[in-house]
Write a protein that binds this ligand. Structure first.
Ligand code: 5GP
Ligand code: MG
Length: 181
């Protein structure tokens, strides 16, 4: 077997699977109430938000009309510090134009990723635009995009698990852990 980063480096649990699950249920209720009677397009930022998005949409009211699009965003590479340049692939113009959009993000750090995606969505023309983020880091934003739905406010530490990676590893962890450096 090949050696990857070991779990020992990421073993301080910040948010347990149970805590996350309970909060995602609440977020689903809130979003369902706010979008009652509307069509909602959830735009998921890959790769990190795939676990959160998968749990969140399954906690939306089944009677809501929910569509989904996926955007590939990368800025970190394999480093712990953002490179500052956000590359975006997507969204699908035919899916998002004129729609009520909910961006689904894993963690808001500098705000650059959300800034870049919001700009692109606004250029395509949307009916409304809100953000649901599992995590929001307590730090000064470089780009300020209002986040309507925040799962948890966390300190400015590097976290992995529940979709979040370090060097593409640890995404499968059911909880959110602080990476020891
Ligand atoms: P921003 O553009 O707000 O600086 O950063 C957002 C993106 O950077 C997130 O979507 C996520 O992919 C990545 N990121 C920011 N902080 C962390 C972190 O603590 N852990 C991991 N794994 N990724 C992070
Ligand atoms: Mg992300």
């Amino acid at each position: 077997m090949q050696d990857g980063p070991s779990l020992g480096r990421a073993s301080d649990t910040l948010l347990s699977a149970g805590e996350i699950g309970a909060r995602v249920v609440e977020m689903g209720r809130q979003i369902s109430a706010d979008y009652d009677g509307q069509t909602l397009v959830a735009v998921v930022i890959l790769r990190g938000a795939f676990v959160f998005a998968s749990d969140l949409v399954r906690n939306l009211d089944p009677h809501l009309d929910v569509k989904m699009d996926f955007v590939r965003a990368s800025s970190y590479g394999d480093r712990v510090v953002s490179s500052g340049v956000v590359e975006l692939q997507g969204p699908d113009r035919t899916l998002v134009s004129g729609q009520h959009i909910l961006i689904v993000e894993d963690v808001v750090d500098t705000g650059r990723t959300l800034g870049a995606l919001s700009r692109q969505l606004n250029t395509l023309g949307v009916a409304s635009l809100e953000v649901a983020a599992l995590l929001s880091k307590d730090r000064a934003r470089e780009v300020d995009v209002p986040v309507r739905y925040v799962g948890f406010h966390i300190p400015d530490v590097f976290v992995v698990g529940y979709g979040l990676d370090y060097g593409q590893s640890f995404r499968h962890l059911p909880d959110v852990r602080v990476l020891r450096t």
